[in-house]
Design a protein around this ligand. Structure first.
Ligand SMILES: Cc1cc2nc3c(=O)[nH]c(=O)nc-3n(C[C@H](O)[C@H](O)[C@H](O)COP(=O)(O)O)c2cc1C
Length: 185
């Protein structure tokens, strides 16, 4: 049965939320054949899926090493079917240069490092979850956020994700993946 797998890593849950939003958009468009997994939960072989979307978040300039390993290991399977990459980062929510441009840089470094050429790439602002950070991390993140023109109120969390952008990305994947996920020729 034609199916899309969403496979991601997340540390504070925002990439999981983005993956779930993409899955909801697929379901709203009439495709019930969507499954979401963390990299740790993903099946050993992805050959049974007709299309794959991979997502990761950036911490200290890098995606999780597990994600890089997964994409390298499954390079042949990814190349053989429609695929998409979505990146979640703080810098994607910044309007201040050079930080604003860093988000695209992370994604292109990932593509270069893995040798994978996804058909669709989405770059999304994540969240600043001050209430989940420890004493030091909270203050480091406030400093970074201030520098990048992002919220510095550490008494609460701030979601920077533009959900319309995520929906548009899901629609873009749907267009690219339509032949596979609908079984059409
Ligand atoms: C300790 C830490 C380091 C981070 N480093 C970066 C970074 O180098 N560049 C960036 O753009 N965003 C950075 N961020 C922002 C995260 O990418 C953002 O919070 C994202 O929503 C995390 O997604 P996740 O909850 O799925 O892991 C960092 C966040 C934390 C908490």
């Amino acid at each position: 049965m034609p199916e899309l797998a969403l496979i991601y890593t997340t540390r504070e849950g925002q990439t999981a939320k983005v993956a779930e939003r993409i899955a909801e958009r697929f379901r709203a468009a009439g495709s019930n054949q969507v499954q979401a997994f963390t990299v740790a939960e993903a099946p050993r072989s992805i050959a049974n899926f007709d299309a794959i979307a991979i997502g990761g978040s950036v911490h200290f300039g890098h995606y999780e090493s597990d994600l890089v390993t997964f994409v390298k290991r499954h390079g042949n399977e990814l190349a053989a079917r429609p695929s998409a990459f979505f990146s979640v980062s703080g810098s994607a929510g910044s309007d201040v240069e050079p930080y604003a441009s860093e988000s695209a840089g992370y994604a292109s470094e990932f593509v270069d490092a893995t040798g994978w050429n996804p058909d669709v790439v989405g770059i999304f602002a994540g969240a600043i979850k001050y209430t989940r950070y420890g004493f030091i991390k909270k203050r480091v993140m406030r400093h970074i956020a201030g520098r990048e023109g992002e919220p510095t109120d550490i008494s609460r969390d701030h979601e920077l994700t533009d959900w319309d952008d995520v929906d548009a990305f899901a629609d873009d994947i749907l267009r690219h993946l339509a032949p596979a996920t609908t079984g059409a020729t």
